[in-house]
Design a protein around this ligand. Structure first.
Ligand SMILES: Nc1ncnc2c1ncn2[C@@H]1O[C@H](COP(=O)(O)OP(=O)(O)OP(=O)(O)O)[C@@H](O)[C@H]1O
Ligand SMILES: [Mg+2]
Length: 108
């Protein structure tokens, strides 16, 4: 999860020099967020961002190579752990991806 989110934060922030990683204990789990100050994501793309092979990138450009699998894999991992993943983002301002991981799997 962290490798995917941190590598996205770095990859999609060509003009920024920091990312912020936060962790908060809440309820019976932990919430971790990875915030960047990069290219951001449009509202339309947010709805599809966890879909397999989805990329919010012009395929003709090779600026940000990738397969569109990292976030899909994150979403599948966290689903199997009984957690959740979400994002906040503004185009050209930055993005913050968060996930909640319960300490004890609820049995799903
Ligand atoms: N932090 C981010 N800032 C801006 N756009 C992002 C960010 N993270 C993901 N995206 C957008 O979401 C799309 C899907 O991300 P995802 O990590 O699934 O695939 P990818 O980075 O393209 O390829 P890979 O499979 O190598 O991770 C990306 O192509 C990009 O358009
Ligand atoms: Mg990725």
């Amino acid at each position: 999860m962290l490798v995917n989110l941190i590598s996205n934060a770095v990859k999609y922030s060509p003009n920024a020099n920091k990312i912020i990683i936060r962790s908060v204990l809440s309820g019976n789990g932990i919430t971790i967020s990875v915030e960047d100050f990069g290219i951001g994501i449009t509202d339309t793309s947010k709805e599809k961002i966890f879909d397999r092979f989805f990329r919010d990138i012009d395929p003709k450009l090779n600026t940000y190579p990738g397969l569109g699998l990292g976030l899909y894999i994150c979403a599948e991992i966290i689903k199997r752990q009984g957690g959740k993943i979400w994002l906040k983002s503004k185009k050209n301002i930055g993005s913050s991806f968060s996930f909640y991981l319960p300490f004890k799997n609820s049995g799903k």
